[in-house]
Ligand binder design. Sequence first.
Ligand code: GLA
Length: 702
Amino acid sequence: MLILENKGVFVLETKNTHYVISVDPDGLICHEHWGRKCADIEDYRCTCKPWERNSNHSARDLARTEYIPYGGTCYRTPAFAATYDDNCREAHLTYKDFNVTFEDEDTFLLEIILEDKPYGIEVSLFYRLRENTDIIERFVKITNRSDKAVTLNKIASAEFTLPSTRPYSSTNFNGSWGAEFRKESTTVKNGVLTYENRKGGSNHTHSPLFILSQNATEKEGDVFFGALAWSGNYKVEISRDFAGITRAVIGINDFDFSYTLKPGKEFIAPSVFCGYVKGFSQMSNQMNSYAVEHILPKSFNKVPLPVLYNSWEATWFDVSSETQQKLAEIAADIGCELFVMDDGWFGQRKNDRAGLGDWYVNKEKFPEGLTPLIDKVKELGMRFGLWFEPEMVNPDSDLYRAHPDWAYHYDTREADLLRQQLVLNLTKDEVKEYVFDVMDKMLSKYDISYIKWDMNRAYSQTGAENLENPQELWYRHVKAVYEIADRLKAKYPCLQLECCASGGGRADLGALSHFDMVWTSDNTDPVDRLTIQQGFSLLYPIKCMRAWVTDTNRHSRPKDFDYRFNVTMQGSLSIGGNLTKYTEQELEIHRKYIALYKEIRETVQFGSFYRLANFDDDKIFATQYVKDGRSVLFLCRDVNTFFNDKFYRIKLDGLDGYSRYNVEIDGKTEAFSGDYLMNVGLEFEMGGTLQSKIILIDKVNA
Ligand code: GLA
């Protein structure tokens, strides 16, 4: 990093890029450049012109800024808004100072301090840079140095100004339950394009991120991106003004939100991880390895995730010690390493109408508690995991009968039930403690090394009468979830946590800072799943993407286990079918693929990966994972194609051009140079419905 103090310019240097910030003569913090490095750093200067353009378009409105507040003659999407004690609703943030901290030999943190002097409010913009990556972590801290409280109405984590005045293409998801991460791109026209969630979690529809690109493919074109580490209501506002300037403001949603910052207190907004790269593949690969290295909880970030069995689709709510033990025997026999009992084991839980909140073992289903089942699972050589939905309560539960006021509510409104349940008010200390305690009790009593933490409804009637400012609840609830997860992990260092919200409703970098993995979607149909997984892979780490091989055929898709495995093995392989109904031949298929997955999972979970082909463009789905001279290539043919298109040639990626590789395809092994495979391509034949292949490619004499 270079600071040209005489010019008021900060040059942040990443592996391949420069991110340049300046201070204008009025103390406005401006954005100068984000992109390729400029050879002569001395060329950077403040280009902001702090004189009024005309009476309708002020300099501030037009400026390329770094964190613009609402106030003065700035009317565009602000990053920050506050109401002061004297009812002044204009914030003026001007440059005060900066600090640089070397956190370790590879990491430094720049803090640029802005102030609203008359009100004693400081806003610090932070930039964390690490060696060998183009990712910058940005966050902000607000400090109240006055003796009066201030209401923060909007606290975005960052504002970005894009370099080109040509329109960008914006990519996010257009998803829903069972259809998460369906990528959708649109041109950013003049006006404001908003992706947001108001339901409490980060939700299935969009994701808290922006991807802005120009003429981009997997390998080429400018791609600017940022992903917010937040699992609650978020807002991404992408705007383009009449001068063609595109900006992105990203952070906690200001909808029904405000935060009262008391004297002497500070508020830290969640981090945004952002970068500029060439092509989508680099974006995914940089974020994938960055997340594994720096975002995921440290305990298991570098450990391959186990092959797990989950009982949900086999038994639904109808769990018992006997049925679970039967499943466990087969799960262990086919090679599973962890057995997770899903919903149904607690309280009066026979269906989704009762029991949530009563986290004690159901005596009818487990007369001797969970010990016989857990002993059996351990005897079989597996670890044991359990499902919880700790933030929720059914009105038909002991917990609700004892504490109806623990659920969010308004006295005058009838509570809206979704899936027959209400949301617990985790902003109350006693509720947060209860949730921690019930899980802690189960973990201390039983040998449980895995928790699937679920969350199955949007919030409503969000009265939080306990809070002086009830609009803080959206923020405080999410922080409480993170806090409980962290406390459990601190007390039980061997505990792995999976984050689920009716599938991928809380699959974001915030969750992944506290949970080891996510349940990606309730949709386990293998063809749909390819699209879901490819969307997830854009900015989220592959290793954390739990995927199940099941047999329930919600969508009447023929059950083809080869295809299902070939899709599921592209993430963290899990098994979810009713194994007791399978034939010996079907179990043998499971044994074969689980054994193969264990051989290749290091490559899949930690390798670089490439989206080589997709159904829309190529009529075939191809994904390649590369690590230490080994590649694993997954090929899945479109289910709907009955034409005679069965000859394919696909160019590989990530190989060493001068090395030779053995390619094992259809039982034959042939050698090719890396150059040939990347520039000419691999030719193969694949016809018929639901056809798929896994191809191993190994460097000769690696
Ligand atoms: C949600 C989850 C499922 C399962 C059920 C249990 O729908 O996404 O995987 O755990 O809850 O009720």
